[in-house]
Design a protein around this ligand. Structure first.
Ligand code: G3P
Ligand code: CA
Length: 331
């Protein structure tokens, strides 16, 4: 059976991620649904954005948790991708739920900022329930405690636990390298995406003078990613976080110890490449599966994931996945 195609941050290969334009394009392209990231503004509005910091996608220095909704709505979240998207605003969760209504499925990832908002899951659930989208939405997170809370409040809403290795989370996305004047293979990028990536990121953030001044954006980016990492493991220090990653190497054993019912496991593609039997074993254990990509996935990556027959494929490139699947059908 053909997998459900979920456009990651919308059709984010072609349109600016996490904007109404990218979600509408996903629908036009024929994706079955889309994924988006939800955060709380300073005045407790639920908005859709991946990074905490606004610098990379708006050119304006700021942080979503520290800005009001009105301040954020002044910013242009589209122009960085291409002039054709100039004027795209940060969406609200309600606007995005409205687009998802006539699609098959919507993944909403909870991106908490440290432990600031005790009622974050309740707020997201309220938005989903008010939009009557309980049966279409899957709430996803790297902060597994939030998934347990969701199940306590609304057991019928499906949840997914996300997994990746630390290195993939720290290497800056291609668009940002280009802005920074870095090229593929740059030693700094290699180091950040290598086994010592986390230590390197911490040392840059703690000693910003160790990198060139024009890399201020890189320092802000790494600080943002490290804050996201800490937010996923409230109260844990770096060593304890690394320990958790070590335990997660056996993802299925890890999730089987959760004290709440989990519906989906969402491994990053490389986790599936490392263990090609993982998805099948997850299904045998009763989990649904939804692999997802970091960065700029290649056709080859997509073909490798599709070979594992996932029930869902989350992708930045729904247009390519559809072309691959159509090609296979025609053969
Ligand atoms: O679909 C899961 C995926 O979106 C999680 O990672 O960093 O892209 O939000 P990230
Ligand atoms: Ca996400």
């Amino acid at each position: 059976m053909r997998p459900l195609i979920i456009a990651h941050r919308g059709a984010s290969n072609l349109a600016p991620e996490n904007t109404l334009a990218s979600f509408r394009l996903a629908k036009e392209l024929g994706a079955d649904g889309f994924e988006c990231d939800v955060q709380l503004t300073k005045d407790h509005k639920l908005v859709i954005a991946h990074d905490f910091f606004t610098d990379a996608h708006t050119g304006v220095k700021g942080d979503i948790y520290d800005m009001t909704f009105d301040e954020l709505r002044q910013l242009d979240f589209g122009k960085w991708k291409s002039p054709e998207y100039e004027g795209e605003k940060i969406p609200t969760i309600e606007e995005v739920l409205d687009i998802g209504k006539d699609m098959k499925m919507m993944h909403i990832e909870l991106k908490p900022y440290l432990d600031r908002d005790a009622d974050f899951p309740e707020r997201v659930i309220d938005a989903v329930v008010n939009a009557h989208m309980e049966d279409k939405v899957i709430l996803t997170s790297f902060q597994y405690g939030l998934l347990g809370r969701i199940k306590e409040i609304r057991p019928e809403i499906r949840t997914a636990a996300l997994f990746l290795n630390t290195e993939s989370s720290l290497c800056p996305p291609t668009a940002l390298w280009e802005d920074l004047g870095l090229t593929n293979g740059d030693p700094l990028l290699e180091e950040l995406s290598g086994p010592q990536g986390l230590e390197k990121a911490v040392s840059i953030v703690e000693n910003p003078d160790s990198v060139d001044e024009e890399n201020g954006l890189l320092v802000r980016y790494l600080n943002d990613r490290l804050t996201a990492l800490s937010s996923n493991y409230p109260g844990k220090n770096l060593v304890e976080i690394l320990q958790q990653y070590y335990y997660q190497t056996d993802m299925l054993k890890y999730v089987s110890q959760f004290d709440f019912p989990l519906d989906y496991v969402g491994p990053e593609y490389h986790v599936c490449f490392r263990d090609t039997t993982l998805l099948q074993r997850a299904v045998e254990m009763g989990y649904h599966v939804a692999p997802w990509p970091v960065g700029d996935e290649s056709r080859r990556d997509l073909r490798s994931v599709l070979k594992q027959n996932p029930e869902i494929i989350v992708t930045n490139k729904p247009e390519i996945v559809m072309a691959i699947l159509q090609g296979q059908k025609a053969q």
